[in-house]
Design a protein. Structure first.
Length: 335
């Protein structure tokens, strides 16, 4: 599947690259853009990647993120690397993500159109680094600048993820959806964004083979459903004060499975639909020491609070109710 997707990326790159020269322009526009970020922080509720999600741990984290893009007329191609080193349990939850992306952007009147595709591989466990899953994404986006201080956007999204580890064999399948919203601009950098996102997930079932820790709790059979919908409604604003800025955000996330999970013990059979609702709040104050036309160095802190309410609790095969705190201090440079 990933081989076919990489072939698609290559063919799409050729097509988009060719179309960028069909406008009859006298000159070729070429530019290089990139970024580098580094920092650290603490996450109280880290991912477990197939392990017991009821026993999630907190961890200090060291983060690095870097990428570069090459623009030729309307066409762009780039690559990026993201590392989240988590020191808990001998770095076994740490993440290394690599990606390649390509896209095409054009404008017609008040409309901006773009097509982007991304292919990525995710590696976990720095004590024995291995690929956990591969993913391909495709985005078709429309921006409508219908007012001097307002823009409407709509994006169609699709992806395919393929779990490469045995414990992630259920994480295989497509996801399709859309996101839409409105930007309200106060000035060049300050704005308010209202956003809604809806996705349909079609992943496989997880069983005792994927979540072996439930066996020690007396569960003999398990079928956890992973076909459903996820949606996210958020309000986010950026306020700019010359060299200081602040992001403020609030959101609601919902995930509802189409079918009920079922599991068996020696005493009973339980069937319950998995529904998660999360409240997400975040704040990001930042400082820009030097202001130039193109390059930008920024120092910022980012705090996220998340409270998840789930229909699966302490009496079930997994407890998905949690409170998460994540704080980071980062240094970023864009060029």
């Amino acid at each position: 599947m990933m081989t076919r997707f990489l072939r698609f990326l290559f063919l799409a790159a050729l097509i988009l690259f060719s179309t960028s020269f069909l406008k009859g322009e006298d000159s070729i526009y070429f530019d290089i853009r990139g970024f580098v970020s580094a920092g650290g922080g603490y996450d109280s509720h880290i991912p477990t990647m197939g392990r017991d999600s009821s026993d999630r741990k907190g961890s200090g984290e060291i983060l690095t993120d870097a990428g570069i893009n090459f623009d030729i007329n309307d066409f762009s191609i780039g690559t990026a690397v993201f590392v989240n080193a988590l020191n808990t349990d001998n770095w076994r939850y740490s993440l290394l993500n690599t990606e390649i992306n390509l896209g095409w952007i054009t404008s017609t009147g008040d409309f901006d159109w773009s097509i982007f595709s991304v292919g990525s591989f995710s590696f976990y466990d720095f004590s024995g680094l291995s690929t956990h899953y591969a993913q391909g994404d495709l985005y078709l986006e429309m921006f409508y600048n219908h007012h001097e201080n307002m823009s409407f956007f709509f994006t169609l999204t699709s992806s395919y993820i393929h779990g490469l580890k045995e414990e992630l064999s259920f994480l295989r399948g497509p996801q399709i959806g859309f996101e839409t919203g409105e930007y309200f601009y106060f000035n060049f950098r300050s704005y308010l964004r209202l956003q809604y996102q809806l996705n349909f997930m079609f992943y496989g079932d997880h069983t005792t083979e994927n979540v072996p820790t439930v066996v020690s709790d007396g569960i003999t059979e398990l079928t956890g459903k992973n076909k459903g919908i996820s949606q996210f409604l958020s309000l986010r604003t950026r306020l700019d004060f010359d060299r200081f800025y602040i992001f403020l955000g609030a959101g609601w996330r919902n995930m509802t499975m189409f079918h009920r999970d079922n599991w068996e013990t020696m005493e009973k059979i339980v069937k319950k639909r998995r529904v998660n609702n999360s409240i997400v709040l975040d704040v990001e104050p930042g400082f820009i020491p030097f202001k130039k036309s193109f390059d930008q160095l920024s120092i910022y802190a980012h705090y996220i609070f998340e409270k998840n309410f789930s229909t699966l609790g302490r009496e079930d095969y997994v407890d998905e109710n949690y409170i998460r705190h994540n704080i980071r201090v980062m240094l970023s440079y864009y060029f």
